[in-house]
Design a protein around this ligand. Structure first.
Ligand code: CUA
Length: 350
């Protein structure tokens, strides 16, 4: 091979490599990572991408060089020279991909294992630190998410709040069909399968609010099965969680209207309903200021009507509203919170 040919090949390789690298770097393929797990996944992504760009540049350069150099002239009807195998070349093109694929699988296996790793709960003075790790139950149901904090009196929230730099064990549960939990910035997806306990570990490393998306086709409302996750400074999270715990406990002792209001807002009721005592003015569902009239129309005692409408929203549909819009996830609210909510709503509409 002449020196000129090698220079041409190398130039073509650099050209194609630069083009492919530009596509990889300048197109925003992945969101900015917000968890330690996403960082590791990004590392695997770039590791594989660099290998792919090198192979692409090599193959593209050889193909284009051959097309230009060895194309048949218009008047050339002769056969090409007979070529048999080339043992050296065959060994190289078998060995190199074998090494690369093995390297990719080793890197992936390490990242998968580390992303699944959860530091074991440490007991300090007999008192378990709820943040090592933080356990959050993620309850999926057509078509809503509910997040429950067992370490904080089973307080629930319709948005996921997480402390910064704390490993979180998200325990997924589905009450009906298969859903899938996905926060693009956290880098991982995990299915919520009825009858099966799945989990995913997330260690948030960046403050912010990110979308929670259901990424398994689960029915007509699949596209709207979304929520938000907010990563907060550790101290802010602890005081928020303790307030929720207080609200849940206040509901249990039947004391606090403020506690019940927190439950109302945390579970997103205000997003869809109008209810003056909570300052809510949602228009998706029925007006909760008129609950006593609705109970009369439905022919039920007020408290029973409210309770049923929360846990089994399709049992009675208010005239003029479509069936199946209100999520059924609230049936998994702890009893104390449900009682507090019923009391709060019946009190506000009398
Ligand atoms: Cu739940 Cu899609």
């Amino acid at each position: 091979m002449r020196r000129g040919s090698i220079v041409q090949l190398v130039l073509l390789g650099v050209l194609f490599g630069a083009g492919a690298a530009a596509v990889a770097i300048f197109v925003p393929w992945l969101p900015d990572p917000a968890s330690e797990q996403a960082d590791r996944i990004d590392f695997v992504f770039w590791f594989v991408t660099v290998i792919c760009i090198a192979i692409f540049a090599l193959v593209a350069a050889v193909i284009v060089y051959s097309l230009l150099k060895f194309r048949a002239r218009p008047d050339d009807d002769s056969d090409g020279p007979p070529v048999h195998g080339h043992t050296g070349l065959e060994i190289v093109w078998t060995a190199v991909p074998a090494v690369l694929v093995t390297a990719i699988s080793i890197v992936s296996a390490i990242v998968l294992a580390r992303n699944d790793h959860l530091p074991s709960a440490s007991a300090a003075g007999g008192q378990k630190d709820p943040l090592k790790p933080l356990v959050v139950q993620v309850i999926a149901q057509q078509f809503a998410w509910l997040f429950k904090y067992p370490a904080y009196g089973n307080a629930t929230s319709s948005t996921l709040r997480l402390p910064l730099h704390v490993p979180v064990d998200l325990r997924l549960k589905s009450l009906d069909v298969i859903h899938s939990f996905w926060v693009p910035e956290f880098g991982q997806k995990q299915d919520a399968v009825p009858g099966l306990d799945t989990h995913v570990v997330v260690t948030p490393k960046r403050l912010g609010t990110f979308p929670v998306i259901c990424t398994e086709l689960c029915g007509l409302g699949h596209a709207v099965m979304r929520s938000w996750t907010t990563v907060m400074p550790r101290q802010d999270f602890v005081s928020w969680a303790n307030r929720q715990k207080g609200a849940a406990a206040g509901g249990a002792s039947g004391s606090g209207t403020a506690a019940a209001k927190t439950i109302f807002v945390n579970n997103g009721c205000n997003g869809c309903h109008t209810f003056k005592p909570a300052g809510a003015n949602g228009k998706v569902g029925p007006d909760l200021d008129k609950l006593s009239e609705s109970a009369k129309t439905a022919g039920q005692p007020l408290d029973d009507f409210i309770r049923q409408s929360i846990v089994d929203p399709n049992a009675y549909i208010a005239p003029g509203y479509p069936r199946g819009v209100m999520p059924e996830t609230f049936s998994s609210l702890p009893k104390e919170q449900l009682d507090a909510l019923v009391k709060y709503l019946s009190g506000g509409s009398k």
